[in-house]
Structure formats: structure tokens, C-alpha cells
Write a protein that binds this ligand. Structure first.
Ligand SMILES: [Cu+2]
Length: 640
């Protein structure tokens, strides 16, 4: 054991993260290239078989140029890639050498509740100096990952890939494959970052509006619109540049444990089909990933095969995985480029036929701004009510001395319109975000006692806000949530026009196979993702985890969960133990995911078959949202 505790990681795997810093300072990518050392970053170790010993221990690492303390598995950051085979039983003995309780959660795995690895829910956790035996049958194939579910240990290094080879021949054929684990690293203790956000939620946002912006707004929008816009943001004590709670100021973004300076390499031969298994193991960072010069064919989402869809870029939230095929025909290097959602930094790697070659590192895209759409404001309703900001309701219960409710005009709302389930209305975004393809896609008005919509296309129920939201922990409510299914997300909506890139949308995901459970949902469960941005509080339905009752599901039932995002942040929501079957429109081709992005001010729905008895965690996968935005889902009534 002491050997594991004391062996330092090879220095070459951890070099300075200055490239990310250069990006932040707006230096040209060329300066990054020039400083790139001629070293070949190593591969993450891979463990195969059915029996595994994993040792969680402290490790001194140097990722940014300074020594820092990481928590790692078997001396490796990321943790070793575990290679399993569908249909086999795996035995994992996880040893905890830390001074605090630890755990491993097998993310996306369908397994018995007591093997799921969530302390206080699945089991008691692993005490310092002890171990826990995980044993379960592998009932699925594809790309998954594992991570600690204790404290912020995941953020300091306890995460790794799981690759499961299918029992049957793989429908996805490739000549070679690479596992790509994205993550965000900080030298500071995550607890310190969290404490800072609690005190000052805008701390990491350095893109607040400036005087220069003001003049530009005045030129572009005129005095009246500019004044209204600014007044609105000020009243809400929010900023339209609040895209990521923590960003490149604090984080260095990694690929397989390597900083942009290190530039991890993966090899291919020209003409090969290469499968990339991409995992976002970041604590807080959504990435937009592309490989300039190569199109990517998405063949699996969250480990499950989907009908192939070819794109130039996709957004991947913490905990999501995508498998893509690329076919580099030229004998040249390519850069795998994953910029953070707020464009404050990036992770990158090189795909190349020659380990000495590198490709240009592209400039980052423009930084996105939040728009009305992200507050759940429906543009048509605004026009009808003749009110500037009719769709958005600051929570009346939120004490805010300077907030002027009268001027928000939400009282003038046309009630008929309020009760209508307004669809995405993607065509009504602000000019820069315009997308004309989905004009006129309104769903029908549904009376409150209407039958539940059949499986496939989503809920038609009226959105109403639970009384539990009326408390100071909730600072806004989306009255007209947009449809989050066809929305590529903030900063990506205008990509086709601006950059000529095709960006993946959830609405393009369809199961490669047939939907297994063809039943229509018997009931619907609407859950609001809520928070108070300035107090950095996160909750569901206005209730934080500590004060919440479990969500009860009846064993065997089929239900629809509708998530409504009443905040302006993007939340990746993860349900343990059960599939989240995203309703993308085809009842027989419903894709199965374990983590679903819910866009700001939007709603999205998925079906769940309660086919596993036990206590399951259900939460936002952003580490610092998780303490509050968390529920226990308890499946009761069946045989354990
Ligand atoms: Cu969240």
C-alpha cells in the first residue's frame, strides 16, 4: 500500500497548463504551438478481465507548473480504463487509502442498488483503510465511466473510463479506437472554489458588460432597447455572461490527464476508420468538441448505439459520453478541440499518423451571451401581451430590495396563452441566434385533465410551478419554457450561419435498435430545476436535497419525467440505476441515456421504466450543484 501512496506520477504526464492560460489572455494559438514540448504523452493504463483491484490514494501531481495534491486510482490520472465484456460478472475490490470516506460509482451501469456506490444511499461508503467489494453482471456494452461519489474527490482525480465489448458482433466497426477523457483540473481545493462561489457567485465571471459594450449596444439596438435590457439584468441581479460558474480562470482543461501544453497524442493511419470514445469527466465544465477538418459520425450516446448522425461539432456535458467515428483520409495531423461552454479555455489533443506532427490549434469561438429564451420567455407571448419581459417571472417570494415587480409586467400576461403548452419556438430567438427551420411548430392546447400523451413525442401537459418554489432559494421561474429537445444550446444556435458547422441536437438521436418497453407512460412527473444564482443555492422544485422526501416509483411502472429548468444555467441531470429514454419523436426508436442536458429556461422529457428496486440517486452532475439539486428516487413494491 505504501508503495502506491509514495510513487509519484511520471513527470512527463503532468506539465504546465500555460496554454490554457494563454488562451484566456487572448494570446494567439501560435504561441501555444511554439512552446509545445516535443514529448509524447503516455497512454492511460487499461485493465482487462473480470477481477480488478482499485486503490484510491493521494498523489502529488504537477499539471499547471505547481505541485498539487490529487486523489487518484492505481497511481493514474485519469484512473485506469476498465475493459469489460458484456454478459460477464465483474468483481471490483476498491481500496480506500485516503483520510476521508470514499466510494466508486459505476456511471451508467445497470446494476443492483447496493453496487451503485452512492454513500448514504447504496451503501455506507468506504472507510479510510478499508475496502468494498463490488460484484455485478455486465448487462450492456459501450462507453461508460466511473468516479468517486464522495465529497469532491471526482474533481481531484478519481475518474476513469469503462469500455464494454458487446457479446454480439459490434454493429460499429472501426480499424482502431481511442478513449478520450475530458476533465477540468484545479490546483486549489475544490472546497475552496465552492466556498468562493457561495460568497460571491459571480467571482469567476470576468465578462461583465463594459462601457465599450454599452456603446455597441446603443449603436445596434438603440437607446430604448439597450436601457430595458440592462435594467432587466440589473433588476434580476444576474449577468447575461453567467455561462459557467467556474471557468478557465481556475481550471486547466485536460484530455486523458494532459493539459493543452502537453497535447496528448493519438495515432492513426490515413484511410482508417477511427472510433473515439469521448467521456466528459469534468466536475463543472460543458465542452463543445470538434476536430477541424474532420466530420464526426456519432454512433453512440451514453454507451448506447444510435442511428449514425454526422456532425461537425457537439456539446458534451459532465457525465455524458459520445462515441464517434472519424475517417481521416489525409496523411496529416488533426486537433481534437474541446472548448469550454463559455470559451474561457479548452482541452485539446492531436490525432496524427506521426507522433511528431501537430495541427494548428484553432481560435476559440465568440463567447455566448444569455438571451430571453434562456429565461423561459416566449417571444410570441411577449408580443401579444405587449410587455417587454412578460414571460419571465422573478420569484415574488425572493426578497430583493431593488427588484421592481411592477415593471416586469408579468401580471399582464394573457392567461390563455399562459396555459398553452408552447413548443420550442426556436425561430423567435434574438437575431444572432435565429433559426428559421422550426417556425410554427406549436403543439396543441391540452386541458389539465387530458390524458397523458403517448410515448415518443413528449409531454403535452401544462407547466405549473409548485408552491414549494415560493421561497428565497428560487430567484426565477420559466413561465414559457422553450422546448429543449431541438436546441443545441447556448452559444451553438447560430453556428450553421456563423461558422458553417453542423452541431448535434438531441432531436437527432434515435436508437439504433427498437424501443424495448413499448408501453405508454401511466403518469407524468414534472420536476423543476431551481436555484438562486446570487446565493449560489441549487434545488429541485425549490427544495434542497436535505429537506426533500424521496421520489417514489412503483416497481414495474412506466412513467414520463418532465424536467423544467427554472434557472439560466445548463444542468446535466443524471438518474442512477434506470435508463432515461429521451423522447426524440419516434416511439419505436427512443434513445437511452443516463444523463440529460436541460437547457436554461427549457423543458425536456424522457420515459423511465422502474425496473430496478432500490434507492437511486438523481441529480445534477455539476459537482457544485449536486449538494442541493439532488433527489433520492426509490423504486418500491417489487422483489429486491
Ligand atoms: Cu446543475
Amino acid at each position: 500500500m505504501s508503495k502506491i501512496l509514495s510513487t509519484p506520477l511520471p513527470r512527463r504526464r503532468f506539465v504546465t497548463g500555460a496554454a490554457a492560460g494563454a488562451a484566456l489572455l487572448g494570446l494567439s494559438p501560435g504561441s501555444v504551438l511554439a512552446r509545445s514540448p516535443q514529448r509524447q504523452p503516455g497512454q492511460v493504463p487499461e485493465l482487462r478481465g473480470q477481477r480488478f483491484d482499485l486503490h484510491i490514494a493521494y498523489q502529488s501531481v504537477n499539471i499547471t507548473g505547481r505541485d498539487a495534491l490529487a486523489t487518484v486510482v492505481n497511481n493514474s490520472l485519469p484512473a485506469p480504463t476498465l475493459r469489460w465484456k458484456e454478459g460477464e460478472r465483474v468483481h471490483l475490490r476498491v481500496h480506500n487509502h485516503l483520510a476521508a470516506d470514499s466510494s466508486i460509482h459505476w456511471h451508467g451501469m445497470i446494476l443492483p442498488s447496493n453496487m451503485d456506490g452512492v454513500p448514504g444511499m447504496s451503501f455506507a461508503g468506504i472507510k479510510p483503510g478499508s475496502y468494498y467489494d463490488y460484484t455485478f453482471d455486465v448487462q450492456q456494452s459501450g462507453t461508460y465511466w466511473y468516479h468517486s461519489h464522495s465529497g469532491f474527490q471526482e474533481q481531484t482525480g478519481v475518474y476513469g473510463a469503462i469500455v464494454i465489448d458487446p457479446a454480439e458482433p459490434d454493429p460499429v466497426q472501426a480499424d482502431r479506437e481511442h478513449v478520450v477523457v475530458l476533465s477540468d483540473w484545479t490546483d486549489q481545493a475544490p472546497e475552496a472554489l465552492y466556498a468562493r462561489l457561495k460568497k460571491q457567485s459571480h467571482y469567476y465571471n470576468r465578462r461583465e458588460r463594459t462601457v465599450g459594450d454599452l456603446w455597441q449596444d446603443l449603436r445596434e439596438k438603440g437607446l430604448s432597447a439597450t436601457w430595458q435590457d440592462r435594467a432587466m439584468w440589473n433588476r434580476m441581479r444576474m449577468s447575461d455572461s453567467d455561462i459557467a460558474d467556474i471557468n478557465g480562470l481556475a481550471y486547466t482543461f485536460l484530455v486523458n490527464g494532459h493539459s493543452p501544453d502537453d497535447n496528448w497524442r493519438a495515432l492513426f493511419k490515413a484511410g482508417e476508420t477511427v472510433r473515439l470514445r469521448i467521456i466528459n469527466a469534468a466536475a463543472m465544465t460543458l465542452f463543445d468538441l470538434r476536430i477541424p477538418g474532420l466530420e464526426m459520425t456519432v454512433v453512440a450516446a451514453d454507451g448506447q448505439n444510435v442511428e449514425p448522425v454526422t456532425v461537425d461539432e457537439f456539446r458534451i456535458a459532465p457525465a455524458e459520453t459520445y462515441d464517434v467515428l472519424v475517417r481521416p483520409s489525409a496523411d496529416r495531423a488533426y486537433t481534437l478541440f474541446a472548448q469550454s461552454i463559455d470559451r474561457s479555455g479548452y482541452a485539446c489533443a492531436t490525432l496524427s499518423p506521426n507522433s511528431e506532427w501537430q495541427a494548428e490549434i484553432p481560435a476559440m469561438d465568440h463567447a455566448p451571451r444569455l438571451h430571453h429564451r434562456d429565461m423561459g420567455m416566449d417571444h410570441s407571448a411577449m408580443a401579444m401581451a405587449g410587455a417587454a419581459h412578460a414571460g419571465h417571472t422573478p420569484n415574488p417570494a425572493t426578497p430583493s430590495g431593488d427588484m421592481n415587480h411592477g415593471s416586469m409586467n408579468h401580471g399582464k400576461m394573457d392567461q390563455r396563452d399562459m396555459s398553452r403548452d408552447v413548443d420550442s419556438h426556436a425561430g423567435h430567438g434574438p437575431p444572432a441566434e435565429m433559426d428559421h427551420r422550426h417556425h410554427g411548430m406549436h403543439s396543441q392546447t391540452v386541458p389539465p385533465d387530458a390524458p397523458i400523451a403517448p410515448a415518443g413525442a413528449g409531454s403535452r401537459a401544462v407547466i405549473s410551478h409548485p408552491a414549494s418554489e415560493n421561497n428565497p432559494g428560487v430567484d426565477m421561474q420559466a413561465q414559457m419554457p422553450a422546448n429543449g429537445l431541438d436546441d443545441p444550446g447556448i452559444g451553438l444556435r447560430e453556428h450553421a450561419q456563423r461558422y458553417g458547422r453542423r452541431v448535434l441536437r438531441y432531436s437527432q438521436l434515435f436508437n439504433l435498435g427498437k424501443t424495448l418497453d413499448r408501453r405508454d407512460p401511466e403518469r407524468e412527473l414534472a420536476i423543476h430545476l431551481t436555484g438562486n444564482m446570487s446565493r449560489y443555492m441549487w434545488s429541485m422544485d425549490g427544495v434542497m436535497f436535505d429537506d426533500a422526501e424521496p421520489i417514489l416509483l412503483r416497481f414495474g411502472e412506466r412513467l414520463r419525467i418532465v424536467l423544467i429548468n427554472d434557472t439560466m444555467m445548463t444542468h446535466p441531470i443524471h438518474l442512477h440505476g434506470l435508463w432515461s429514454e429521451l423522447e426524440t419523436g419516434e416511439p419505436l426508436r427512443i434513445p437511452r441515456k443516463h444523463t440529460i442536458i436541460v437547457q436554461p429556461g427549457s423543458k425536456i422529457s424522457y420515459l423511465v421504466s422502474a425496473d430496478a428496486v432500490g434507492r437511486w440517486a438523481y441529480h445534477c452532475h455539476l459537482s457544485f450543484h449536486m449538494p442541493g439539486m439532488f433527489r433520492e428516487v426509490r423504486v418500491i413494491g417489487g422483489a429486491a
